[in-house]
Structure formats: C-alpha cells, structure tokens
Design a protein around this ligand. Structure first.
Ligand code: KG4
Ligand code: ZN
Length: 356
C-alpha cells in the first residue's frame, strides 16, 4: 500500500511515497532556508508563498521518483498541525485536491507523531514498547510515553523556548545566522564544553518539563560581559559574502572563547535533555528510547546518548529524516490507514494541534 505524504508545517515543502509504512520509494524536500536566512528566522507570510510555489513541483517529483501514478496510491497523508497555519493550509488544500480528483482516502497526521515515526520506520523490529519519545525541534521539546497500542501520553514539555529555538537564538545573537543548530553543532567540537558552567533549571511541579530561556539569557549576559561586538560584526559580514560558510571560514572569525561558549552551551542543553529523558524513561519502565526532530541530528546529542550508558537502546533517525520531511508523515499514516482512521474533507489545519 503506497501512501503519498505531504508536509508543509514550517519552512520545508516536502512530499514522499512510502510503501507499507516502511519502504521509502521517494522523498523530496524543498527548503526555504535562503528565503528566511536574511531575516534570522522563519517569516510566516513568506513561508506560505514559498509553499505555494513549491508544492506542485515537489509532489510531481516525488511521484516521478517513485514511478507511481496517483491511481496506484492507497491514500494521501498530510500534516494537519501543529505549525504555521498559512503553511499547513497549502499542503492541506493540495492533498484534498488530489484526493478529490483521484477518489483517494485522506489521512491527517500530527507533525510530532510524524517525527516519532521517522524512527519507527527505520527501527521497527528493534523498537521495544513502551518507549520514551523525546521530540526536540525548533518548535517542540516534548517527552511522551509510547504504549504498545501506539497511544501517546505527554510526560513533559518546554515551558518557554524549544531546544532548537534556543540553538537558533544563541546563534543569531552571536552572528551565525539561521538556523543555528547545524552551525553550533559543527563548531562545538572545537571548544571546551566545561569552560562555562550553565546551571540546569529546577522545574517545580513537573521535573519532566524543560526551560531554555534561562540559558539563552545567561549567554546574552556573557556576550555583553565579554564585548564580542567586533567578532559578531565579522561573522555577519561573512554571512553577507557567503550564504553557507564552511567550518574553516567560521573558525577564522570565531576566537577560542566563543568556541568554548558554543561547546558549553551545547553541552548544557544536551545534558539537560538526556537527564530529564532518562528520568522520565525510568518512571514509565521504558524498554527503549526514541529521539527525533531537527535537534536529533545534533552530533553532540548522539555522542552523549551513546556514552551515557542508558539501560535501554536509544534510537535516532538518519539525519535526513530528523529534520522536517514527508517520509515521516506517510509512515505515520500507515497504521491509521490500517485502522481505517481516515479524515473527511472537513479536516482543518490546526496551528496548536496536540499529540496527547
Ligand atoms: O524538525 P525541524 O526541521 O523543524 C521543526 O519542526 O521545528 O527542526 C528544526 C530545528 C531548528 O531549530 C534547527 O536549528 C534545529 O532543528 N537543528 C539542530 C541541528 N539541525 C537542526 N539543532 C542542533 N544541532 C543540529 N545539528
Ligand atoms: Zn518538525
């Protein structure tokens, strides 16, 4: 059963065909990074416009790559939320139009469940349930329990910034542009992770919750105290000259103290994520852990997870499936199709859709 997945919740227009929830026949992702980069973050109005431009070629390319005709599809799956409503609407309307024209069933998928299925798709046979899922991206930092029947329970979430958002804000403050996660990830190994000690917040009420606004503020104070104006200006200048600087180019305009700051920041965030995830996993008797979302591509997080010696296996998606894509949407839709959990044409885009 081939499912066409469509994803347009943020700044990536994506389409993919996945067979039986696990065989990837095609995956196309059109990134809008170049459009948003100069604004230092995603501009919702520009995102909708770019989705409109990209959706037809992206879906066509996914169909072509898979050698599939619309008539061969078992269903069309689309992200219904959470995300930017104007962006979601583009994918949603397009998916409905295909379903209407070709008389196909429509399936609505929660973007967060999609991130979880990026891992399920690749590790189904080793993944023991119940599992603890840590979804860390630019919009979410959530801990869920995943039960045997694929029911989710929210155990904790960020009370302010998402982890990826903290990476992005720190990078922006320091002149590294947007998105910040990949740049910090590449530069952190060149710094000393214990040079600056950031304290992990004490979350009153629910120790499974996260908060990253404190560390962001601590970085801002550090930057003001060290007077980094000239190196920040040099990095902004580099970004104007080169749209995607190499590590070597960044290193030339980044002194050791700033590399130490980046390493210490990443170390603090990664340690906090894993510490809370480990505690929550123990509390639910998890037999495995799923880490997914854009921040799951972080090499420091992967290394720390390997070295921490968890009592259960920890699964990450391949980097291409960690950030937003449509493979994960088609994969998450497969069990829904099997259960007959179909949507009607009344399906709406929901900016704040919760998973549990
Ligand atoms: O899952 P995603 O593509 O979109 C959302 O659903 O938000 O995640 C994007 C986020 C951005 O905040 C980006 O900076 C972060 O994931 N990210 C990373 C890395 N790659 C992407 N953060 C840390 N290290 C990375 N290697
Ligand atoms: Zn995402």
């Amino acid at each position: 059963m081939k499912i066409l997945g469509i994803e347009s919740s943020c700044d990536e227009t994506a389409a993919a065909i996945v067979e039986d929830g696990e065989t990837v026949l095609s995956s196309v992702v059109a990134s809008q990074l170049d459009v948003h980069q100069k604004y230092g973050g995603v501009v919702p109005e520009l995102a909708s416009r770019e989705h409109l431009r990209a959706i037809t070629p992206v879906v066509r390319e996914a169909m072509r790559e898979a050698g599939t005709a619309f008539g061969d599809l078992a269903a069309v799956a689309v992200t219904e939320g959470p995300g930017l409503v104007g962006s979601l609407l583009v994918g949603m309307t397009y998916a409905k139009a295909i379903c209407l024209t070709h008389r196909l069933p429509l399936i609505g998928v929660n973007h967060i469940e999609g991130h979880i299925h990026a891992v399920v798709l690749e590790h189904r046979s080793q993944l023991l349930l119940p599992a603890l899922a840590l979804v860390v991206s630019g919009g979410h930092t959530h801990l869920f329990s995943v039960a045997e029947d694929w029911q989710y329970r929210l155990l904790g979430r960020t009370r302010d910034d998402a982890a990826g958002e903290a990476f992005d804000k720190v990078a922006k403050l320091l002149g590294f542009g947007y998105p910040g996660g990949p740049v910090i990830d590449q530069l952190a190994p060149h710094g000393n992770p214990t040079a600056i000690r950031f304290t992990s917040p004490n979350m009153k009420g629910n120790a499974n919750d996260f908060s990253f606004s404190g560390i962001k503020t601590a970085v801002r104070y550090w930057v003001e105290g060290e007077d980094l104006a000239s190196e920040i200006a040099a990095r902004r200048e580099l970004l104007r000259a080169v749209s995607k600087p190499s590590v070597e180019q960044w290193m030339r305009v980044t002194p050791q103290r700033t590399l130490d700051l980046l390493a210490s920041f990443q170390h603090a965030v990664v340690t906090d994520l894993l510490r809370r995830a480990e505690k929550a996993a123990a509390a639910i008797g998890a037999r495995s852990m799923i880490v997914s979302g854009g921040v799951a591509s972080n090499q420091g997080l992967r290394k720390a997870a390997r070295e921490r010696g968890f009592a259960f296996p920890v699964f990450f998606p391949t980097p291409a499936l960690a950030t937003d894509n449509a493979v994960m949407i088609a994969a998450a839709a497969f069990p829904k199709l099997q259960r007959g959990d179909l949507a009607t044409f009344a399906l709406k885009a929901k900016a704040n859709l919760a998973l549990a």
